[in-house]
Design a protein around this ligand. Structure first.
Ligand code: BES
Ligand code: MN
Ligand code: ZN
Length: 521
């Protein structure tokens, strides 16, 4: 009887939740590969300059007895890299419409990110032109370039429209077909190297775009646990508020104490490298909502502070990408999660907390909360794992975002030899960084009268002071980099590989690329 009642209760609840949190699923768009041209529907077709077609284009031209080339001539389509032209398909092809996309001069050299962007732009144009994504026939012979274009298209097809109830507004595609020359080579490379990264980016964007009534510390943990469920090499530890008290993590505990949604620290170990090798450690800021606390933020743009957990999402996403590629590395990712609320339980400006390191912190502004959760995350990670390399990813300061804008994350380090490799990885992956200063004066600026350090102060308002605060909880000998992504984690404007306004998942491609270049093989 009891069980019976419970199950009715369960059904009622789940049915109700479905309506309340949006019924559309948002699994990553699945790419199907096909060796042959379709004989109905719409098509994207790559075309070079000077009227030059690839093999698939020639095939269509042949069936249509020259109609395709004729259409190219009369529309004056020049095939320039990035240009597009929509035509009615030749009648004998069976196809409806063709969106031609310019590949530029045959044999010309572009970086792989440029090809990805072309793929992304194309899919966005295609989804706008047709209400369903057409088959993609990029028609380039080079399997690697083709795979990267498909990858770009998959990223470009990301839309966060799960909350639309009007079907007509939904642009999300469950499946897209990519027609390719050498399917086995292209697909193998795509599935092994690129699709895991695209999925990681998808999950990272999703969780960062979700509102704070859906994603809070415990649900952040649950969602990533769900994504990680099939990876055998991944081990997950989660600390709740009692564990934090037991381990003297007073800094993260203090930030979380004002919220009804208790803080969490999620520690994900991916150990697939040499046994016993020191891991790479990634630690992300996971403020699931930042009201500023008692040092309350201005309400105008506060809604956006649901993305203040983007750093934590990006470090989890990076591990997802590495595990999906079965990368032979040891990596640990830590998400330092709390909701920064103003309430009767909230900490106050002037409060003093003791961090796990033993150092005491005077809270000058409850709005400088990211560095507090990271103080304990960094100390725990650095001393537990003795990492080869340690990277913080955090939407830490408005100051960084004003300095480097939407084009670069701000990068800080005490280890100058890390600067150039990170700048290079940024250029290669399309997620760029700019080096900002971190020196003794920045550490001086956070010395406090009442405690060891303070989290903010009259002479310490900037991005460098934030970096110094984080560095205070990392041993000087640990090769450590801090990426302040406050300016780049969110973009209202579409980009070729990100159509939807919102999370950019900044950090996943950069760290995946950095680790691949410097630690794999
Ligand atoms: N989450 C904010 C930083 C932020 C601001 C990110 C705007 C993205 C866009 C962070 O917690 C914060 O409030 N920082 C303060 C620090 C100050 C009180 C020392 C800031 O930057 O104003
Ligand atoms: Mn804040
Ligand atoms: Zn914040």
């Amino acid at each position: 009887m009891k069980i019976w009642l419970l199950s009715i209760f369960y059904i009622t609840i789940s049915a109700h939740c479905k309506v309340a949190i949006g019924a559309n699923s948002n699994d990553p768009t699945h790419i199907n590969f096909s060796q042959g041209l379709p004989n109905s529907g719409n098509l994207v077709l790559g075309v070079y300059t000077n009227n030059q077609l690839g093999d698939f284009g020639e095939q269509i031209d042949k069936i249509s007895q020259g109609d395709l080339k004729h259409a190219i001539t009369i529309t004056e389509f020049d095939g320039k890299f990035n240009s597009t032209q929509l035509i009615t398909a030749p009648r004998n092809s069976g196809l409806a419409q063709i969106l031609m996309v310019g590949l530029g001069d045959k044999g010309s050299d572009h970086s792989l990110t440029k090809w990805e962007e072309l793929g992304g732009k194309t899919i966005q144009k295609a989804i706008k032109s047709f209400d369903q994504a057409p088959a993609l026939v990029f028609d380039v012979k080079n399997s690697q370039i083709n795979a990267h274009m498909v990858y770009g298209a998959q990223l470009g097809a990301y839309y966060f429209d799960k909350y639309y109830t009007d079907e007509k507004r939904v642009k999300y595609q469950q499946q897209i077909t990519a027609v390719s020359h050498d399917v086995s080579t292209t697909e193998k490379y795509f599935r092994q190297e690129l699709e895991p990264v695209a999925e990681a980016i998808w999950h990272t964007r999703d969780i960062s775009n979700e509102p704070a009534n859906v994603i809070y510390p415990a649900s952040f943990v649950d969602r990533w646990k769900h994504h990680f469920r099939s990876f055998k090499q991944i081990k997950i530890k989660v600390f709740d508020e009692q564990d934090m008290l037991d381990q003297n993590m007073g800094a993260i505990y203090g930030v979380g104490q004002g919220s009804q949604r208790p803080p969490r620290m999620m520690v994900v170990e991916y150990m697939n490298g040499e046994k016993g090798d020191q891991p790479i450690l990634l630690v992300g800021k996971g403020i699931t909502f930042d009201t500023g606390g008692i040092s309350l933020k201005n309400p105008d743009k506060m809604w956006n502070m649901k993305f203040d957990m983007s750093g934590a999402a990006s470090v989890m996403g990076t591990v997802y990408a590495l595990a999906g590629r079965s990368a032979k590395v040891n990596v640990v990712a830590i998400a330092a999660l709390a909701e920064n609320m103003a309430s009767a339980h909230a900490q106050r400006p002037g409060d003093v907390v003791t961090s796990m390191s033993g150092k005491t912190i005077e809270i000058r502004s409850t709005d400088a909360e990211g560095r507090l959760v990271l103080a304990d995350g960094n100390y725990y990670g650095d001393t537990t794992y003795n990492p080869l390399l340690m990277v913080n990813v955090a939407t830490l300061t408005g100051s960084a975002s004003r300095a480097t804008g939407k084009d670069y994350a701000a990068m800080f380090t005490r280890h100058d030899e890390l600067v150039q490799p990170f700048i290079e990885a940024g250029k290669e992956t399309g997620e760029q960084v700019w080096h900002l200063p971190l020196n003794k004066n920045h550490f001086k600026a956070i010395e406090a009268k009442t405690a060891d350090v303070m989290n903010s102060g009259p002479d310490a308002p900037g991005a460098s002071a934030g970096a110094a605060f984080l560095g205070t909880f990392v041993r000087e000998t640990t090769p450590w980099v801090h990426l302040d992504i406050a300016g780049v984690a969110w973009n209202d404007k579409p980009t070729p590989t990100k159509a939807s306004p919102g999370s950019t998942s900044f950090g996943v491609r950069l760290l995946n690329g950095y680790i691949k270049t410097h630690f794999e093989n």
